[in-house]
Structure formats: C-alpha cells, structure tokens
Design a protein around this ligand. Sequence first.
Ligand code: ADP
Ligand code: MG
Length: 391
Amino acid sequence: MPIQLLSPDVIGKIAAGEVVERPVSVVKELVENALDAGSRSVSVEIVAGGCDLIRVADDGCGITREELPLAVERHATSKLLAAEELNSVSTLGFRGEALASIAAVSEMTLVSATSSASHAHGMHLVAGKLLQTTAATRTRGTTITVEKLFFNLPARRKYLRSAAAEAAHVAQLLSHLAIAYPEVAFDLVIDGRRSLNTPGTGDPLDAALKVLGKDVALALLPLDGTVETDRPVRGVAARVSGFAAAPRISRSTRSGIWLTVNRRPVRSRALSYAVEEAYATLLMVGRHPVAVVDLQVPPAEVDVNVHPTKVEVRLLRERLIYGGLRDVVRSVVAADSSWGKEVGGLARADNRQEDGGEGFRMGRLVEAPLAPASPPPEEFTTSGRRIPILR
Ligand code: ADP
Ligand code: MG
C-alpha cells in the first residue's frame, strides 16, 4: 500500500483512543476542566459505569457562545499560548484535546453560560460532528453530557469491564480530587444514588471525613515539611503537606495512598514506596498505609507532559524527594506510635531524624516508572537537618 496521510477522522479516533481509555478518563478530563474554570461546585452523574451517560456540571467561568465551537476543536485551549509555558503549567489541562477526543467517540451535549451572558447556549455533537446549536437557560457555569461512549469504537467498548468496576474507578477519582480540592464541593451520583458529597469548606479534614470516613479521619496526622537541596543553589525541592494516618490504620492494598504533585492527582510507584517505607516496621507485612500527600514542587522541576492523560509525572529531583518524603512521613508516624500520642493531637516529632535502617534502596527506585534516568546524587536536608545521601 502506498504511504498516505491519515484522514482527520482517523487521526481524531487514534488520538481519542489515547486520551479516552475508559469512562473514568472522560470524567477526569471534564472535572479537571471544571476545576481549571475556577468552579466551587462540581456535580458528576454517571449511568451504567459511564458507558450510557456521564454528566459533569460546574459553576465555573463558562464558555462564551463564540468560543463554544472552538472548545471542541483539537489543540484548542485557553490555557497555553507559548511552548515555554509548558515548563510552568499551573492548570490541570493544557493539551487542548480532551473535549475534541471525547466528542469524537460519543454523543456530546455542552451547555454553558458566562457571568456576563443572560442566556446559556449549547451544542450537540455526534462523533465529533456538530449537529445542532441551541439556546438554553442555566446559571453561570458549564454542563457537559456524554452519552453512548465508544458507540463508534466497538472494540474499545468490548474491553470495558463491568459497570460496577467502571463506577468504582470514577468514585476513586472523585474521592482523590475531593481530597485534593477541599475548597470545592463535589457531588457524585452513580445510577441515581449519591455516592459522594463533600462540603467544599476549604478545610482538608472536612473533605477527608467524607471521603475516608470517621475512623480514618480521626487517625490522620498532619504532614508539614520541606525537602531542601544544595544544588545548584540552596533551595526547596519540595514542600510536603497533607496527612498520614496513624499506623493503627492500614489497608490491604495501596489504594489508601493518595498523591498529588502541585495538586495534580498522580500515580507514582516511587512516591508510594516512599510513603510505604516511612511505615516500615510499623505495619504488619502485607498491610499498606493510608496517607494523603501533596508535594509542592517548582513547576520547572516537574514534567507533567509525559503521559496523554497526565496521570504520570516526571520529577527532576525524584531521588531527593523520595528520601525527603519518606523522612517527613516517618517523623510523624513514628512519633505517633512510639509515644502513643493522642490521635489528632500533636503530630510532629521533635527534630529527631529517623532513618529506620531502611536506607535508600536503589533497586526499588529503578522499578519505579517515574525514574527513567538516574538523577545525580545529592545531599538533602529534611526539617533543617542535613543528611548525606545513602548509598
Ligand atoms: P484543555 O483543558 O487542555 O485546554 P480541553 O479540550 O479539555 O482542553 O478544553 C478546551 C477548552 O475549553 C479549555 O481550554 C477551556 O477554555 C474550555 N473549557 C472546557 N471545559 C470547560 C468548563 N467546564 N468551563 C469553562 N471552560 C471550559
Ligand atoms: Mg481539559
């Protein structure tokens, strides 16, 4: 066969396959857009695991009527102008392909109103083709409804697991976002039943209470530390905040470790291990801790553009942050168990640094998907005390 350029239709479907793997990918992109739009309230509804219907409604800035058709164009974004900005993206989205990709494999209805507009306006697309524009009424914000996901990609549809399994993914994602964004009120309804509802007070403990339940929330110890670097100049490589549950709380899987980097929910085997190592000897074999960790990393030192759906990130100083995170968590949880402190009370240990004889296991880091290249050895300091890198 001669070499030919692919048609835009085929290109669209291929790209959609990367961004939209399953219903939860759609929910993730739509909710991230809602957060980028400055919403204080985000409601999500799914039917049949999201295969029949996904609806995300927000009270964010909305999209003007003129811009609505652009929003579903591929590579159209309001969040990035120049390539240099890729080094410092602060929004969750920036690739400008989510709406276009989702629209290409579903029937999509958008309704949006900006604060200045007295009316809302909407459009309806099937397989990415605009079929209808409408006028509607709603208050400021955007509602996007996605129906019949993958109706034109039967192979993808066949690979989806049960509706219950897909719904569980969605619930896990919303839980993570609700914890990471306590100032936003989240609401999740699965097949007509409310599964999650957070108050949006801005207090992380309020969100954690709703997501993790009372027992876990009461056992949470606040994390607050920095990972410092001497290279190339003295500075902060990461700020660690969040909560680690006292070791009397544990889970049989790693699903209790919730990580965000600059408030972006991420999967990171390396960082999860760092948290686990902090609990070494404190938990029984086969048990895993519960922790909610946010790392604030200088935007230029984290690459969020390594994965189409941005769930994986690459940290410039991963090795340093690995050790620092482990030590910050360990100082808090070890203090709790060794002195039997009242849960929820004083959570920080004194300046005693624990290493727990665990050392720094290169082998583990190599396993981690986030560490393609070995960063140079560095010294790090945690909570002000310098610790030489362990080899
Ligand atoms: P990206 O988020 O990478 O910019 P998307 O395809 O997800 O790309 O969205 C395209 C554009 O549509 C966004 O840049 C934004 O301007 C607009 N948009 C999408 N969803 C919303 C929303 N819920 N509220 C306001 N604007 C939105
Ligand atoms: Mg987006």
